[in-house]
Design a protein around this ligand. Structure first.
Ligand code: ZN
Ligand code: ZN
Length: 174
């Protein structure tokens, strides 16, 4: 059973966790068939296998002395929420160090990597057109519609606010 990550509801489906022949967790030393590798921000060696339990408990961040995240957009006032996000939530593989989203004084949940077609198919393209902040990513909405296509160029990162339910998007490019 995977532990629950409030800010990262589907780490297996979105590829934060890998699944395969058992490996040894570099934090607890137990064998695990599901593991996390990166991103992990540390001054020491980057781990290549952390088990989900060691992320959820905060043991990996403490023992391997690092954070799973760097920056976010918006503001969060509760230090406990910041700690949960930084130390106990898997990170996302962005191309540039593209920020996570915060809204309603809390971190949003990462829904997944998104192309514009995904937004259209799930019916949230119009909502993103409203909430999208071009200052954050540096792309205009027109850039996204044209360049954030499957198999092409701009990568989108989709978030959903845990409180008001609105969707937000950041994006970057190689
Ligand atoms: Zn472990
Ligand atoms: Zn909100």
């Amino acid at each position: 059973m995977l532990p629950e990550f409030r800010y990262y509801p589907d780490p297996l489906g979105t590829g934060a966790f890998h699944q395969g022949a058992p490996r040894r967790c570099q934090c607890c030393g137990r064998e695990t068939e599901i593991w996390y590798a990166y991103p992990f921000y540390t001054a020491g060696d980057e781990p290549d296998c952390i088990c989900p339990d060691c992320i959820a408990s905060g043991a990996a961040a403490e023992k391997l002395d690092g954070d799973f995240h760097s920056e976010y957009v918006g503001s969060v006032s509760d230090p406990a929420r910041i700690e949960e996000w930084m130390k106990r939530t898997p990170g996302i593989c962005t191309i540039q160090d593209t920020p996570w989203y915060a809204h309603c004084d809390d971190f949003c949940a990462f829904v997944g990597y998104a192309a514009w077609e995904d937004l259209e198919e799930t019916g949230i393209a119009d909502e993103i057109a409203e909430t999208y902040d071009s200052e954050v990513s540096g792309f205009s909405l027109a850039d996204l519609k044209e360049g954030m296509r499957r198999g092409c160029c701009i990568q989108g990162y989709l978030f959903r606010c845990l409180h008001c339910g609105r969707h937000f998007l950041t994006a970057d490019v190689d």
